[in-house]
Design a protein around this ligand. Structure first.
Ligand code: C5P
Ligand code: MG
Length: 191
């Protein structure tokens, strides 16, 4: 299997690039943010619980998102060539849990591809996306700032975790969509 983690701060282009990568490599895109937002829209108990965190830019507890990922793996692992994880793992505990879940399925993470984008650039991109995304967390400077802060405080540990096992590749993320896609393809094709 080809199991990729698309890594990077909020607004770094993970979702945009995941769509293009799916088209080329026929992987299943799992975005935990999208999954949480669809639970929220459907008004499920999980969605209502998640809303409290999303609207502050905080992280939904590890056990909740790990449970979601576990059920996605169970449902899809026999049907796909691999996965693109987008927006997960977001903590070291989530990374360790993901490694274990994949190990149970006799597979593993192939590589983490990390989009390098500065804070100023992600804030500008998110505010721009907020004009059309309908996401309450894309429209408030304070929430956006907190999301970036949470990324620095909790999520950069995920990069460390995969660097330790040489599965981490940084990709310049400030070029055009096509330039970034090109760089991602080059990284994948040399795996
Ligand atoms: O990944 P995305 O930026 O779409 O996530 C939006 C929000 O959803 C995050 O700010 C966070 O509140 C929540 N989330 C989370 N844990 C994840 C993915 C998303 O808490 N693994
Ligand atoms: Mg996203």
């Amino acid at each position: 299997m080809l199991n990729l983690i698309l890594f990077g701060p909020p607004g770094s282009g993970k979702g945009t690039q995941a769509i293009k990568l799916v088209e080329k490599y026929h992987l299943l895109h799992i975005s935990t943010g999208d999954l949480l937002r669809s639970e929220l829209k459907a008004g499920t108990p999980l969605g209502l619980e998640a809303k409290k965190y999303i609207n502050k830019g905080e992280l939904v507890p590890d056990e909740v998102v790990i449970g979601m990922i576990s059920s996605q793996l169970d449902q899809n692992i026999d049907k796909v060539k691999g996965f693109i994880f987008d927006g997960f793992p977001r903590t070291r505990a989530q990374a360790e849990a993901l490694d274990k879940l994949l190990d149970f399925k006799n597979t593993s993470i192939s590589q983490v591809l990390a989009l390098d984008v500065s804070e100023d650039e992600v804030v500008a991109r998110i505010l721009n996306r907020g004009k059309t995304s309908g996401r309450s967390d894309d429209n408030d400077q304070e929430i956006i700032k907190n999301r970036f802060q949470v990324y620095l405080n909790e999520t950069t540990a995920v990069a460390e975790h995969y660097r330790e096992v040489n599965k981490f590749t940084a990709i310049p993320g400030e070029g055009s969509i096509d330039e970034v896609f090109e760089a991602l393809q080059n990284a994948i094709d040399t795996l």
